[in-house]
Design a binder for this molecule. Structure first.
Ligand code: FNR
Length: 338
């Protein structure tokens, strides 16, 4: 595929769909039950209109910013997604390479198909990463992974995912595996070792003993839980409002609704922790809406995988570029900064 002919993320997804295996497509595309949350994630942004101000000097546009004090080139990061090699042989290392020109943050998944050591080894010294943890029933294996990750300086924090104590019912994924008479869907296999019993105090106490890095809680879906998370600051330094791309509990709210809830009921949360969001981002204007509503930065999950599948590292680069190119995005950033 000539990546330059692809004008938006929809077209990158189409191009990727043509070249990847059915199994990879089903795993990436799938969401739970009726995919209501997946659809709403995108619809929610589309239903919000911008209020552009005029007579603003738009010459100097700079998307550089900091995430937890670390300089990055974009307020856009790559969310953790397992099994990137299903879609492209370079896997998570290819995603890292695609992030490089933008100095964009990448969060490496617990179930990544390239080891965190190898992903980081291929990156430039300025690139930063997070590492996502699913606490395993076999605690020792999680403790060993945390020790490995602690030794990698470019991994700046641990992202503990909490919205998927068990796998969602992802029927596209199930269907492919029934057809192939295989032993179970990709997600069922990945979740088999995950501990479904986690609770606030016990888990965070355990985690604080096994990592020196700050912690980000991913999968917050209500203002009540956002507020609870702040009780664990400063060990918890950020929260990610996310419904797992609609892949966990269907009809869980889009992140932008949770943002609005926090604005309405407990806006102090924004002062205590950084609030990140992901799910359904398709356009620079979506990013802007999230930032205007209080998010520090915005993640993309599937879009990075589609980019990778369509064109390896260059496909990921194309995916991120299609966002940073948008003039309206730059414009709105100027407006926010004033
Ligand atoms: C994910 N996601 C995810 N999250 C996580 O914390 N650990 C994981 O291993 C995975 N794996 C994973 C695989 C695939 C194929 C997808 C699509 C997603 C969720 C991910 O981090 C993110 O929350 C969503 O993908 C965001 O929604 P969009 O951008 O895909 O709409």
């Amino acid at each position: 595929t000539d990546l330059n002919t692809l004008l938006n993320l929809e077209e990158i997804e189409e191009a990727a769909t043509k070249v990847i295996s059915k199994k990879a497509w089903a795993y990436y595309y799938s969401a739970s039950d009726d995919k209501i949350s997946k659809l709403q994630n995108t619809q929610a942004y589309r239903s919000i209109m911008l209020r552009p101000r005029i007579f603003v000097d738009c010459r100097a546009c700079d998307l550089e910013m900091t995430i937890l004090g670390h300089r990055v080139g974009l307020p856009l990061f790559v969310s953790p997604t397992a099994m990137a090699r299903l879609g492209h042989s370079t896997g998570e290392a290819g995603i890292a390479q695609g992030c490089r020109p933008f100095n964009a943050l990448q969060i490496i998944a617990n179930n990544s198909s390239v080891s965190p050591e190898d992903v980081v080894a291929g990156a430039t010294p300025g690139q930063i990463f997070g590492w996502q943890l699913y606490v395993q029933l076999n605690r020792k294996s999680s403790e060993d992974m945390l020790a490995r990750v602690d030794r990698l300086d470019q991994i700046k924090f641990i992202v503990l995912t909490l919205d998927a104590p068990v796998s969602g019912k992802r029927e596209d994924d199930e269907r492919i595996n029934i057809q192939a008479s295989s032993t179970g869907s990709v997600s069922a296999q990945l979740f088999a070792g995950t501990d479904p019993s986690l609770t606030w105090a016990d888990t965070l106490k355990w985690l604080s003993k096994h990592t020196k890095k700050p912690v980000v809680l991913k999968g917050i879906q209500t203002h009540e839980d956002a507020l609870l998370a702040t009780q664990y600051a400063p060990f918890v330094k950020a929260i990610v409002l996310s419904n797992h791309g609609g892949r966990s509990l269907d009809t869980a709210p889009p992140a932008v609704h949770t943002l609005l809830e926090i604005q309405a009921y407990c806006p102090d949360v924004f002062k205590r922790v950084e609030v990140w969001v992901d799910g359904g981002i398709r356009r620079g204007t979506d990013v802007i809406k999230a930032l205007c509503l209080g998010a520090r930065c915005v993640g993309i999950g599937r879009a990075a995988l589609w980019g990778l599948a369509a064109g390896g590292a260059e496909g990921v680069e194309r995916t991120l570029k299609s966002k940073s190119d948008l003039k309206v995005c730059d414009l709105a950033l100027i407006i926010i900064s004033q």
